[in-house]
Structure formats: structure tokens, C-alpha cells
Design a protein around this ligand. Structure first.
Ligand SMILES: [Zn+2]
Ligand SMILES: [Zn+2]
Length: 333
């Protein structure tokens, strides 16, 4: 099979992923082999490819928004069948036994498996996944429309949960890429007023088209005080912009696995008044199931730009340069 492999993290201009011909892997007990239809591109893939997240394996295939069909079931897998469409996202497994798993916080597991980071992911014709961490997907939808739901969508949705968004809230989205353009659909469904601060005329236009009531530059302050905010850019300055837009008792959720730096900020004006700053780490299977169900009900269709497996470095570069609207998706067959 063809697979994109990272041997050595490098700047994206150096095309760090190499396309290689590898044997199709065999599923171990409890695993499935999927024929990958499409795999969405996430900023975390960039952090892995460029080395901002330290390598865990000497060679790895990134990609953690996998839409695939079951090619082969490993031993001891029940409830799934050949040909069934499944999704695999960032949380590829948890031990189920650590303190956090036992408390229902498998997203914070001490021994997690991360798809496309601690095990091989979806920028390949075939991928292996733990059967009990796969999420059943709508069979009839186009794979390219489903792939971005699996991290951009689920983690955006989790961010709204972490920010404790309630129906009718004034919600700020800081940054407007793959994740935010799906989160806004959920917020509109919940009857929220959405304020978007983002760089780039094209992202700003998309935010307006998708129903934002106000759109500004990346660190602009919305004209009203926000109840809740989510930041999507990997920038500490943007976190401060969000925090300074918040009413008393408001919450900012940071949807970023890596920030460039966190500036010093003034406690008395920015955090006092029971304002809260929270990070969003990974996702649970419940988040995945709930979001896929909600996205299907609402009929969310991501804006996508498509790439072939040969173009996987270009797909990552497009995310790095913020040069596309919505989500980049790699078609893997
Ligand atoms: Zn991701
Ligand atoms: Zn655990």
C-alpha cells in the first residue's frame, strides 16, 4: 500500500512526508483494518510533522481524521462488519484503568494512544485502529464531507462544551479555520450570537457567509462583552484578546495543542471577576458520538479543499499558510 511516512520532522517547505510502498498491515486482536477513503488535515499534523510535538516513533504516518471502510476484522472484534464505514480520530485508545479514565475523563488518560502520532494514522491507503475507539459514520455521506468532522469538528464541539456555552449566549470565535467553521454551525443551531475575530479577508468573508453577527481582525475586540469564547489560533496574543473581551464570569476555552508563548497578563483586569481560562485536551468517545449525531441532524457540510495522497505535503502547507478556507482533506485511494 502507499503511505505517507515521517522519518524526521522538518519545516513544511522541505516536504517532510515521504510517500512509500509498504505491506498492508494485519489487525491484531481488538483491531480493525480500514481501507481509508479520506483523511482530514489538522494543525496537530503540522505540529507533528514540523517537530513542535516531539517524535514518539522513528517513523510514523500522520493523519487522525480517518474515514474508512472495514477491510478486515481482528480477533475478538464484535458488533462491526466488513464494508462498514467507520471514523478514527485523535484519541485512538486509552488504558481504561488510570485514575482519569476511571473518572470518565479518558481524554486525559495517562497512557493514551494518539492516532498518527503514537501509532500510524490515515495518510495511507490502509490504516489499523482499535475497534472500540472507532465511531460509526453515516454510510451515504461523501467521505470528504465527513473527514473534517472527526477532529476539527469533534474538538471544536468539545471546546464549546468546555466553555459551557448555553443557548442564546454571545460567543466569540478567535481564529476561523477548519474547526471554527464547523463550530459556528453548532452555535447557530443553539441560537447563539457569534462574533468572529480572524486574520485574512477570505476567512472573514466565510465567517460572515456562515452567519457571524460581527467579524473583525485577529486581535480586534468585539463590540459587546462575550459570555464565552474559544480560541483556535496557536497564539497566546489571541488568548489575551479573547480574555479581554469577556464579561465577568465568562469562560475562554483554548482549542490548541501548542501555543507559541503565553504573554504576561494583568490578573486584576483580565481574570478577576471569576473569569476562567481553560484548555481543551483531546476528546472522549462520547464527544465523538454526540458530535457526529448532531452534525448529521443539522446537516453540517464542511468547506473542503481536496488533495491526493501524492499532494499530502501541499495539503499540510496549505494549513500552515492558512491559504484555504475551511478544511483540507486528503483522498487516499
Ligand atoms: Zn486534530
Ligand atoms: Zn487512562
Amino acid at each position: 500500500m502507499r503511505a505517507a511516512v515521517l522519518h524526521q520532522p522538518a519545516p513544511i517547505e522541505q516536504n517532510p512526508l515521504q510517500l512509500e510502498d509498504l505491506p498492508v498491515p494485519e489487525p491484531d486482536p481488538g483491531e480493525v483494518l480500514l481501507r481509508v477513503e479520506a483523511c482530514g488535515v489538522c494543525r496537530t499534523d503540522l505540529h507533528i510533522t514540523m517537530g513542535e510535538l516531539k517524535p514518539l516513533l522513528s517513523a510514523v504516518t500522520p493523519g487522525h481524521q480517518i474515514v474508512g471502510r472495514v477491510e478486515k476484522l481482528g480477533a475478538n472484534v464484535s458488533g462491526l462488519h466488513a464494508g462498514q464505514r467507520l471514523g478514527v480520530s485523535w484519541l485512538g485508545g486509552a488504558d481504561g484503568t488510570c485514575l482519569l479514565c476511571r473518572k470518565g475523563m479518558e481524554n486525559l488518560c495517562d497512557q493514551p494512544t494518539f492516532t498518527g502520532y503514537s501509532v500510524n494514522g490515515g495518510y495511507a491507503e490502509y490504516a489499523i485502529a482499535r475497534a472500540d475507539f472507532c465511531v460509526p459514520l453515516p454510510e451515504e455521506a461523501d467521505a470528504k464531507d465527513v473527514a473534517p468532522l472527526l477532529c476539527a469538528g469533534i474538538i471544536g464541539f468539545r471546546s464549546l462544551r468546555v466553555a459551557e456555552v448555553e443557548s442564546g449566549d454571545r460567543v466569540g470565535l478567535f481564529g476561523f479555520g477548519a474547526s471554527a467553521h464547523l463550530a459556528i454551525e453548532v452555535l447557530k443551531h443553539w441560537g447563539c450570537e457569534v462574533y468572529v475575530a480572524t486574520r485574512g479577508a477570505s476567512h472573514q468573508k466565510l465567517a460572515r457567509d456562515l452567519g457571524a453577527v460581527w467579524v473583525g481582525e485577529a486581535t480586534d475586540r468585539p463590540p459587546v462583552q462575550l459570555d464565552r469564547a474559544v480560541t483556535f489560533a496557536p497564539s497566546g496574543d489571541v488568548v489575551i484578546a479573547a480574555l479581554s473581551s469577556l464579561r465577568k464570569g465568562g469562560i475562554v476555552a483554548i482549542n490548541a495543542i501548542h501555543l507559541d508563548r503565553m504573554p504576561q497578563f494583568d490578573y486584576d483586569t483580565l481574570l478577576w471577576g471569576e473569569r476562567q481560562l481553560r484548555s481543551v485536551a483531546n476528546m472522549t468517545r462520547q464527544d465523538a458520538h454526540d458530535f457526529v449525531k448532531l452534525a448529521t441532524e443539522i446537516g453540517i457540510r464542511p468547506r473542503t479543499t481536496l488533495f491526493t495522497l501524492d499532494q499530502v505535503n501541499e495539503a499540510l502547507a496549505a494549513v500552515y499558510h492558512d491559504s484555504i478556507d475551511g478544511a483540507a482533506v486528503v483522498l487516499c485511494q
